[in-house]
Design a protein around this ligand. Structure first.
Ligand SMILES: O=C(O)CCC(=O)C(=O)O
Ligand SMILES: [Fe+2]
Length: 208
């Protein structure tokens, strides 16, 4: 067996690992909103993806849309501040984010919302995460993307061009400042998505 192969087997045995957050790059969107992006923050995420897909108690939801009740086009799970996250590496991720953004955010990330996009037909429509304090205060929502690449779209509420950010396996994007109030985001359906995607959204207390 070659040294190289031994090396790669060793990496796999190590499981998922998070890189340094020093590589985050900020894009100022305007109106007080920004995003930070770090492609490949999590390495070795295949096993984590499989674990989450199998072990998280995914819920299918239905929502009232005008006079009809429709299926929410993705599966959901929510972990509150007191809940055990479904993998230790997600605890590690939440801690790393909380410490990296401590000064700027002034409070830790506490909750984790998870979405499971079964294939390219699953999506999330244009919205801001506006339930709770985020309706009137700046906040941050940090998203770890796993599995099939999908685009996250952002558009200003007052009208203007849409910003498209492709998110791949292990990528991190943080929406910050006024982003939830002054911009909207969406993950549109995709004819190209090959396979499922899981997103993990870390939020602060009292924000949904
Ligand atoms: O899947 C994503 O990356 C975004 C999910 C989202 O916007 C939400 O759950 O509020
Ligand atoms: Fe959202």
């Amino acid at each position: 067996m070659s040294v190289h192969l031994q090396g790669s087997l060793f990496d796999q045995a190590d499981g998922p690992s998070l890189g340094p957050l020093a590589g985050l790059r900020r894009t100022v969107l305007g109106d007080g909103a920004w995003t930070d992006l770090l492609p490949g923050w999590l390495g070795g995420g295949d096993e984590l993806f499989a674990e989450l897909a199998a072990d998280v108690p995914w819920r299918a939801e239905r929502r009232q849309m005008y006079d009809r009740t429709v299926d929410v086009p993705r599966l959901l799970a929510f972990y509150g501040a007191q809940d055990q996250l479904p993998s230790p590496v997600l605890d590690e991720a939440r801690e790393a984010l909380s410490s990296h953004y401590a000064d700027e955010l002034g409070e830790p990330f506490v909750t984790a919302g998870l979405c499971y996009y079964r294939d390219g037909r699953d999506s999330v429509a244009w919205h801001g995460d506006l339930h709770g304090r985020s309706s009137h205060e700046d906040t941050m929502v940090a998203i770890l993307s796993l599995g099939a690449p999908r685009d996250l779209l952002l558009r200003p509420c007052r009208g203007g061009d849409t910003v498209r950010t492709p998110l791949g396996h292990g990528d991190l994007i943080v929406m910050g400042g006024s982003c939830q109030r002054t911009w909207q985001h969406a993950v549109p359906k995709s004819a190209h998505a090959r396979g499922p995607r899981i997103s993990v959204q870390f939020r602060t207390r009292g924000v949904r």
